[in-house]
Write a protein that binds this ligand. Structure first.
Ligand code: NDP
Length: 506
């Protein structure tokens, strides 16, 4: 007997639960079953968190060096099994082999970086006690939180959650990971390989699979932090659920990233970057280029170059296809609605159009003359589409880029004003004369502002997200003047105030 996935969830319409309480992940290119996975209940999730909590003790005791040895072994195993991992990602998301390989090289780089840098960022260090407390020693250490719940999306099913998983593990936490219902096999592969590389600590990284309900259960299972990556509406639900138990959250949500082309830009490079940034992975990238603001003096040349390049690209399931299908069937309706709205309101398609939408594939669509308040400009489309808008100059482009509540990433093309314009953009990350360069640099924090969420993965800040600072002081000798005791005389306080005036009042 089968039943459909729980109603009211964001689950795929096609998802069914079999008699053994399992659901299937499907290859979006063919509809074939890739694998079957358990639908974990709230009770299962609580059990996984309990098991992770007991495994966390030994993992924390290993210290930075002990954990580094295990995480290095895991990284090397992932490198050895890269082809197998790539094939699994391609079959659950449909993405091309090269897109999946690119994702995996970033995954491996992040595991390496987090492992190498955890001790420097989080390890115990001395802090100056300051002038008034000169008779104390002070130190700061970042301790693990305990168990971190990670909830991930399907578009980068390995790269995106690894930005939390590797950093949380390196910081000394255990992890319970709930992958998207579209990519459960990828999540299981990650936990299985970790278990092979660090057999005696396998319980430190657990995976629970299922639909939105399983993710919701993870938020209420007593974890010490939830690291969520997904859409803004689900991010709000996660935050509300976590509020009940004051569980801290890291929320990495969607974006509507803009690329600004100034009149002094290398127009050829900007056009190539816009096409790749908007269309790779079928446009299903949180920080992909969705909007372009191009300065009028170079707009004709830019639009012509983009049109030529985008028109050549073809989606498909074959190895030499430019990009793959739309992974989540209902996203096709969103893409269609945005294109329809843009065309209805005076926009023009210079590449493709409504008939480019042939599920599960969508060919490149490039739109111009689209009003700023149309859905194609204000909402995340998550398809191989670009909206190009002419602006008098780059400053006006920045103003329009900043007009939305989303603020994940952005890019600026300019020969002379790149960094100046970048600083004016309201978002968490900007690449100058490139697209998405920040995502490939493990040392930089990744995350956004506004509707794109808060908190950071990657870099020093990403490690600190999964640790709690503990400040410790130690009295070294008795001070001549000690105002923090009832034994003090009034002269003591007067002396201390005089000292403070002398030191800080001038
Ligand atoms: P969703 O928000 O639909 O789902 C994200 C995850 O949350 C999935 O594992 C999902 O499970 C789970 N979930 C669903 N409902 C709940 C709930 N009530 N409580 C807890 N967890 C729940 O996002 P998508 O998977 O569709 O991913 C695409 C989105 O992710 C886009 O908006 C994209 O921009 C964003 N994203 C952001 C990134 C960033 O770093 N800022 C990076 C990559 C993507 P299930 O799938 O089983 O429903």
């Amino acid at each position: 007997m089968t039943q459909t996935a729980p109603t009211g969830s964001d689950s795929a319409e096609s998802a069914v639960v079999d008699a053994e309480a399992r659901f299937a992940s499907l290859d979006p290119r063919t509809g074939e079953v890739v694998g079957h996975h358990p639908v974990h209940t709230a009770e299962d999730v609580r059990a996984a968190v309990l098991a992770a909590r007991s495994a966390a003790v030994g993992w924390a005791e290993l210290g930075f060096d002990g954990r580094r040895a295990r995480l290095d072994a895991w990284r090397k195993l992932l490198v050895r099994r890269l082809d197998e991992f790539q094939a699994l990602i391609s079959s659950e998301t449909g993405k091309s082999a090269d897109d999946a390989r690119t994702e995996l090289t970033l995954v491996i780089d992040h595991v390496h970086w987090a492992t190498r840098n955890a001790s420097r960022v989080l390890g115990k260090r001395r802090v100056s006690p300051g002038m008034l407390m000169y008779n104390h020693a002070a130190s700061l250490e970042y301790k693990p939180l305990g168990v971190v719940g990670v909830i991930g999306p399907w578009n980068y099913p390995a790269f995106t959650p690894m930005g939390s998983i590797a950093y949380a593990l390196a910081a000394g936490n255990a992890v319970v990971f709930k992958p998207s219902e579209f990519t459960p096999g990828v999540g299981e592969f990650m936990a299985r390989t970790f278990g092979e590389a660090a057999a005696e600590h396998a319980g430190v990284f657990q995976v629970v699979t299922g639909f939105g309900e399983t993710g919701a259960a993870l938020c209420q299972a007593g974890v010490d932090k939830v690291a969520f990556t997904g859409s803004t509406p689900t991010g709000k639900k996660v935050m509300a659920a976590c509020a009940e138990s004051l569980t801290p959250v890291l929320v990495e949500c969607g974006g509507k990233d803009a690329l600004i082309v100034a009149d002094d830009a290398d127009v050829k490079a900007a056009a190539a970057a816009a096409v790749w940034g908007g269309i790779f992975n079928a446009g299903q990238s949180c920080a992909g280029v969705e909007r372009v603001y191009v300065a009028e003096p170079v707009a004709d040349e830019f639009i012509e170059l983009v049109t030529k390049q985008a028109a050549k690209l073809r989606p498909g399931g074959e190895p030499n296809a430019s990009f793959g299908p739309i992974t989540m069937p209902r996203q096709v309706e969103v893409i269609q609605a945005h294109v329809q709205d843009a065309l209805d309101r005076g926009g023009r398609a210079v590449v493709g159009g409504l008939d480019s939408i042939r599920p599960p594939y969508v060919e490149p669509i490039v739109l111009v003359d689209v009003p700023e308040d149309s859905r194609a400009v204000t909402e995340e489309t998550f398809g191989p589409t670009l909206v190009i808008t002419r602006v008098p100059d780059a400053d006006e482009g920045v103003r329009l880029a900043n007009a939305l509540r989303y603020g994940l990433g952005g890019s600026v093309f300019s020969r002379t004003r790149g960094e100046e314009l970048a600083r004016k953009m309201h978002c968490g990350m900007v690449s100058v004369n490139a697209v998405l360069a920040f995502a490939a640099m493990p040392g930089l924090p990744f995350g956004g502002i506004g509707d794109s969420g808060f908190g950071r993965i990657h870099g020093d800040d990403g490690l600190r997200e999964f640790a709690t600072p503990q400040a410790v002081t130690r009295l070294r000798f008795r001070a001549l003047l000690n105002p923090m005791t009832y034994d003090r005389g009034t002269r003591t306080v007067r002396h201390v105030v005089r000292l403070a005036r002398l030191l800080y009042g001038r």
